[in-house]
Design a protein around this ligand. Structure first.
Ligand SMILES: Cc1cc2nc3c(=O)[nH]c(=O)nc-3n(C[C@H](O)[C@H](O)[C@H](O)COP(=O)(O)OP(=O)(O)OC[C@H]3O[C@@H](n4cnc5c(N)ncnc54)[C@H](O)[C@@H]3O)c2cc1C
Length: 388
């Protein structure tokens, strides 16, 4: 797509060594066979407690993550900012289960808010509800199931963590994204997030919910939201994504024999995603939006819609966002044209970030031998450099 063709811009801050490392990485993970073998080897090595952390850190972690702490992610943030790309610090420690872990995630999220408060290069913070309480509690809350006494206590602690994070974000005027997760815990996430939006988005959007447009009920949900804000009592912040749990959603619906909650034809997800962008733009006086996507057509559409609605490129109600290490041709070219762009920059201890890294590897594994777009772009840029 013409908006994103400029590979010189896309890889402007990458040295030849960076490109060679990325080439090797994407070539390896684009092979389904190698990718599967390597992820299995990594899992076994970790289980055997073999010292493989330095290898992961120098390869896949270096490409997709900022660092192990906020402090040592600083270099990556500064580099992005040189190309006018902001950072969204994403503490990516997953699979935590104890109250101590949940408190730690809350404290770390607060650290990202306070960091963001003082730095223009960090326009948002972000967190996941599953970092703050058990998955099973969220599931029970989503279905209004009766909770045990112990779960009632857990729920109280969980809600107070959410309140602390959202209040800190609002007091410091740092907008914060709440990530969307599996549909069977999403009702609880939506309900609590709505409560936080009504409470803290009185003057502008500070709390952002995430809509997964692969879900076949999200356009209806968005339209209901639009009706709800007609009385001008609060502002809405939305991150629009397609959705990361497609296979699990279909599998679970089949297993438990309920209607599939997600589209099964990709085109329908695309149509709903683009429809949602249009609805948000038509209601921009009340809705702030972040397009969290690596899709060229949707990114291009949002740029066109902004022009049609006479919205300035740097209007702070509209952001484009991609993941660190992916779709640089979109991020760097959009930022170079003057639009607001911020990358999710995951950070955390290597072993905790591993599930995130494995998902990135799986996402970039080639379908039926097709070469991935990331790999194609890297090869093209290497060729361009050789010939220039
Ligand atoms: C900044 C950012 C934040 C994100 N935050 C979240 C989040 O909070 N929650 C979350 O769930 N995900 C999140 N994601 C991931 C996102 O949902 C997508 O998985 C990912 O971005 C790929 O979708 P795409 O729009 O980039 O592009 P594309 O490559 O065009 O679309 C791929 C997506 O299309 C959908 N899809 C694939 N096949 C089919 C099919 N047969 N039928 C219907 N739909 C299909 C799936 O959602 C798949 O992920 C985020 C992504 C980014 C970049």
């Amino acid at each position: 797509m013409t908006h994103f063709n400029n590979l010189e811009v896309a890889f402007s801050d990458k040295s030849n060594a960076d490109l060679n490392r990325a080439h090797l990485l994407f070539k390896t993970i684009s092979s389904p066979f190698l990718s599967k073998i390597l992820t299995s080897i990594v899992k076994i090595c970790l289980w055997l407690k073999l010292p493989i952390t330095p290898i992961i850190k120098a390869t896949v972690f270096k490409h997709f993550c900022g660092g192990t702490t906020i402090k040592n992610s600083q270099k990556v943030m500064a580099k992005l900012w040189e190309s006018h790309i902001g950072t969204i610090l994403d503490y990516s420690a997953e699979g935590k289960k104890s109250e101590e872990d949940f408190n730690h995630v809350m404290e770390e999220t607060i650290r990202t808010i306070l960091k963001s408060k003082n730095e223009k290069s960090i326009p948002f913070s972000v967190f996941k509800f599953t970092g703050l309480c058990s998955f099973s509690l969220l599931e029970k809350m989503s279905y209004n199931s009766v909770l045990t006494k112990k779960e009632e206590v857990e729920k109280g602690l969980f809600l107070s963590r959410i309140e602390t994070i959202c209040r800190t974000a609002a007091e410091n005027k740092v907008p914060i994204f709440i990530d969307a997760e599996e549909s069977w815990i999403q009702n609880a996430i939506d309900n609590i997030t709505m409560e936080m939006m009504r409470k803290y988005n009185k003057e502008e959007a500070c709390i952002y919910n995430t809509l997964q447009m692969y879900r076949n009920d999200r356009i209806t949900y968005l339209n209901e939201l639009v009706s709800d804000i007609k009385d001008n009592k609060y502002f809405v912040g939305l991150k629009l994504v397609r959705g990361a749990y497609h296979e699990q959603e279909i599998e679970r619906a089949k297993q438990k024999n309920y209607p599939c909650p997600v589209h099964t034809i990709k085109e329908n997800t695309d149509t709903d995603y683009n429809k949602a962008l249009r609805i948000c733009m038509e209601n921009i006086d009340r809705i702030s939006v972040c397009a969290g996507t690596h899709n060229e057509e949707s990114s291009s559409l949002l740029m066109d819609l902004m022009q049609q609605h006479n919205i300035q490129k740097g209007d702070k109600r509209i952001f484009f966002s991609q993941l660190l290490g992916m779709s640089d041709h979109i991020s760097y070219n959009i930022a170079n044209s003057g639009f607001n762009v911020a990358k999710y920059v995951p950070y955390g201890p290597v072993k905790d970030v591993l599930p995130y890294l494995i998902r990135r590897a799986e996402e970039n594994t080639s379908i039926a031998g097709q070469m991935g777009r990331e790999l194609t772009n890297i090869i093209e840029e290497k060729k361009r450099r050789r010939n220039s």
